[in-house]
Design a protein around this ligand. Structure first.
Ligand code: SAM
Length: 204
């Protein structure tokens, strides 16, 4: 299954979105306090967030995605950055993550959860693979409201149809649906942040 157009996405992520990843990586460090241990970037696409995060921490970062095509991009970027000693890729589905219980200290994920078909199952999987004391930072956004406004403006100028596609994927009251999914997964220790987007921060 490889419906994701990694080539087209890499065009936006590598150019238009480029400034957002270091900002989000910094926000994740500041919010979670995690800088050591194992991190999994779920729905990593071409890998920009995981790589930005690896650069400012000492964590071992695994770039995880359902799309083989996306992971080919991600693997190339790991090599370009010379981070092979601390980074690798893993293919799989968030609904059935091929890792043992308590395998990672931190899960990060940007822009992927809108695609997850069974969100309670996906959140339960994330919770399962977190070690006690572990943390997850999952959501979507552009780092700051200013960066988001700049990107939205450029997208309008380029007649980009992403906003319509996103509406189809999220429907109405997306935030409420995410909170319901967390509760359905039995996850009660979480916070929502709307810093430049919508993020779930959960602790185990
Ligand atoms: N996180 C990257 C970023 O912020 O640039 C990429 C976001 S891209 C919009 C969404 C990614 O989620 C795609 O690479 C897609 O293949 C991945 N994805 C979608 N459904 C998934 C699933 N069930 N399991 C794992 N990855 C998934």
């Amino acid at each position: 299954m490889d419906k994701f157009d990694a080539n087209a996405y890499d065009e936006s992520a590598g150019k238009l979105f480029a400034p957002i990843y270091p900002v989000i990586a910094e926000q994740i460090v500041n919010t979670t306090g995690k800088t050591k241990g194992k991190c999994l970037d779920i729905g990593t696409g071409p890998g920009y967030l995981g790589i930005a995060f690896a650069k400012i921490t000492e964590m071992d970062v695994c770039l995880f995605d359902i799309s083989e095509n996306a992971l080919n991009f991600a693997a190339k970027k790991i090599a370009e950055e010379g981070l092979e000693n601390r980074m690798q890729t893993l293919q799989g589905d968030v609904h059935n993550i091929p890792l043992n219980d308590a395998a990672v200290d931190l899960v990060i994920s940007r822009g992927s959860f809108i695609f997850w078909k069974d969100k309670p199952k996906a959140f339960a999987e994330i919770y399962r693979i977190l070690a006690p004391g572990g943390c997850a930072y999952v959501g979507g956004g552009f780092g700051t409201d200013e960066l988001r406004a700049e990107i939205e403006q450029k997208r309008k100028e380029n007649n980009d149809s992403w906003e319509e596609r996103k509406k189809e994927l999220t429907g109405e009251n997306f935030g409420e649906k995410i909170i319901e999914a967390l509760m359905a997964a039995g996850i009660l220790d979480f916070k929502i942040s709307i810093q430049g987007g919508f993020w779930v921060i959960m602790r185990k």
